[in-house]
Ligand binder design. Structure first.
Ligand SMILES: Nc1nc2c(ncn2[C@@H]2O[C@H](COP(=O)(O)OP(=O)(O)OP(=O)(O)O)[C@@H](O)[C@H]2O)c(=O)[nH]1
Ligand SMILES: [Mg+2]
Length: 367
C-alpha cells in the first residue's frame, strides 16, 4: 500500500487502522509505505510512531516534492508484487481494497481502479464546481483510456505492469500515466463512494489543473502523435483565426481596404504567429528556424492561394447562389473565411508535418 502524505496528521492514524482491519479480515498481508514530504504538521513523525504497532515503512523526503514522485518512490520501496495506491485523507474507502485485490488475483486483471463513475460509485458532498471540473478532466482523458474514472487516485496494479516502464512524474494523475504506458491487458473498476476530506487542506490548485492539461497533451502525443498534433495545430490555428478575423475586419471596416487585400495582410500576420507556436509547441521542434520559417511560409503561400481562391468562390458564387452575403463587409464574409480557414489549415497541417517538421513527424511508432 503506497500512501503519499502531506499534512495529513488528523487522517493518517484512522487510515492505517482501517486499512489493517480491512486487510486482516480478508487474510491479506499488507505492508504500508507512507511517503511523507516532511509535512510541517508532523505527519511523518506520527507515521513513525504508528510503525511500532503496524507494518509500516515511512519514507521521509526532504520537502514537498510532489504527489507523483512520492508514489513512484513508494513503488520502488515496496516489497509486494501487488501495489495499491490511495490518498491519506480518507476519501478512498480502505474497505474496498480486498475487492480490488480479488479482481487482480482471481479475475486476472492487471489494474483495478477504485471508481466513482461506474454503477454503484459516487461522490459525497462535492460542490457543483468540483463535479464539473472532475467531469471535464475525465472527458479530456476519454481518448486515452476506456476506464470510466481514470482520474482516480485509488488503484491497484500488479508490479509487472510498471516493471521497466518509464513513468513520467509530471502529472498529478499517476493512474492515467500507468493506464496509457503500463503493460496492461485487462483493466477493471470497483465502485467506491468518494468521501470529501474531513480534515486537512486540499493540495489542489490552479497550477495542478494546468499541469493536468499539459500531462494529458503529452499522453495523447505518446499514444496518438498525429491526432494530438492535429488538435494542437488546430488550437494554434484557432488563435491565428482570431488574429486573422480581427485584421480582416479592421482592414475592411476601418481602413476601407478591398477585402482580398485585407485578408492577404491578415493571413501573413496570423501565419507568422502560427509558425512560432507550431514550431515551439505543436511539433516541439529544435530544427533550424532559417530553414523552417521559409518552408512554413511557402506552405502557407500555397495555403494563401487556396485561401483566396476558396474565399472568392464562396463570396462570389456559393453565397449568392444561396442568397446570402451580398454585402462584402457583412458577417457572411467572416463566415466564409472561417470555412476557408478550416480547409486551408488541414492542408497546411499535412504539408508542414510531412515537410517543414518531417523530422518530428514520422509514421514510425514511438519506441
Ligand atoms: N508526499 C506527498 N504527498 C502529497 C503531495 N501532495 C499531495 N499529497 C498527498 O496526496 C494525496 C492526495 O492529495 P489531496 O490534497 O487529497 O488531493 P485531492 O484528493 O485531489 O483533493 P481533495 O479532494 O481536496 O482532498 C493526499 O494523501 C495528500 O496528502 C506531495 O507533494 N507530496
Ligand atoms: Mg483528497
Amino acid at each position: 500500500m503506497i500512501v503519499p502524505t502531506y499534512n495529513e496528521r488528523d487522517n493518517v492514524e484512522e487510515l492505517v487502522r482501517r486499512v489493517n482491519v480491512a486487510c486482516s479480515a480478508s487474510g491479506i498481508d499488507v505492508e504500508m509505505v507512507i511517503v511523507d514530504d516532511n509535512s510541517p504538521d508532523g505527519t511523518g513523525q506520527l507515521a513513525d510512531d504508528l510503525g511500532k504497532k503496524y507494518d509500516i515503512k515511512v519514507i521521509h523526503r526532504a520537502g514537498k516534492l510532489g504527489l507523483s514522485t512520492a508514489v513512484l518512490e513508494g513503488f520502488d520501496a515496496a516489497k509486494g508484487e501487488i501495489l495499491v495506491v490511495m490518498d491519506a485523507d480518507l476519501s478512498h474507502p480502505p474497505e474496498k481494497i480486498p475487492a480490488m485485490i480479488a479482481k487482480l488475483v482471481d479475475e486476472n486483471a492487471d489494474m483495478v481502479i477504485g471508481s466513482r463513475y461506474i454503477k454503484g460509485g459516487m461522490v459525497e458532498n462535492w460542490p457543483f464546481h468540483r463535479r464539473v471540473i472532475s467531469k471535464c478532466a475525465t472527458l479530456l482523458a476519454k481518448g486515452l483510456t476506456k476506464v470510466k474514472d481514470p482520474m482516480s487516485g485509488f488503484f491497484a496494479i500488479k508490479r509487472e505492469v510498471i516493471d521497466g516502464v518509464e513513468l513520467n512524474p509530471i502529472g498529478y494523475k499517476i493512474a492515467l500515466e500507468i493506464l496509457v504506458k503500463g503493460r496492461i491487458k485487462k483493466v477493471d473498476e470497483v465502485p467506491i463512494t468518494f468521501a470529501d476530506r474531513k480534515a486537512g487542506k486540499s493540495k489542489l490548485g490552479t497550477s495542478v489543473t494546468l499541469k493536468y492539461v499539459d500531462h494529458c497533451i503529452k499522453l495523447y502525443e505518446h499514444k496518438k502523435p498525429w491526432l494530438a498534433r492535429y488538435i494542437k495545430f488546430a488550437f494554434v490555428g484557432g488563435i491565428g483565426t482570431v488574429i486573422n478575423l480581427a485584421i480582416l475586419w479592421a482592414g475592411v471596416e476601418l481602413f476601407m481596404l478591398y477585402y482580398l487585400t485585407a485578408e492577404a495582410i491578415a493571413f501573413v500576420v496570423a501565419d507568422t504567429n502560427n509558425f512560432i507556436w507550431n514550431r515551439w509547441w505543436t511539433f516541439r521542434s529544435k530544427g533550424k528556424i532559417r530553414i523552417q520559417y521559409p518552408q512554413f511560409l511557402l506552405v502557407s503561400l500555397d495555403g494563401l492561394m487556396l485561401n483566396l481562391i476558396l474565399l472568392y468562390l464562396l463570396v462570389e458564387s456559393v453565397f449568392p447562389a444561396v442568397g446570402v452575403g451580398q454585402d462584402k463587409a457583412s458577417v457572411y464574409l467572416l463566415l466564409a473565411q472561417v470555412i476557408v480557414i478550416f480547409l486551408v489549415s488541414t492542408f497546411n497541417f499535412f504539408a508542414n508535418s510531412l515537410w517543414t517538421f518531417s523530422k518530428e513527424m514520422t509514421f514510425k511508432p514511438k519506441v
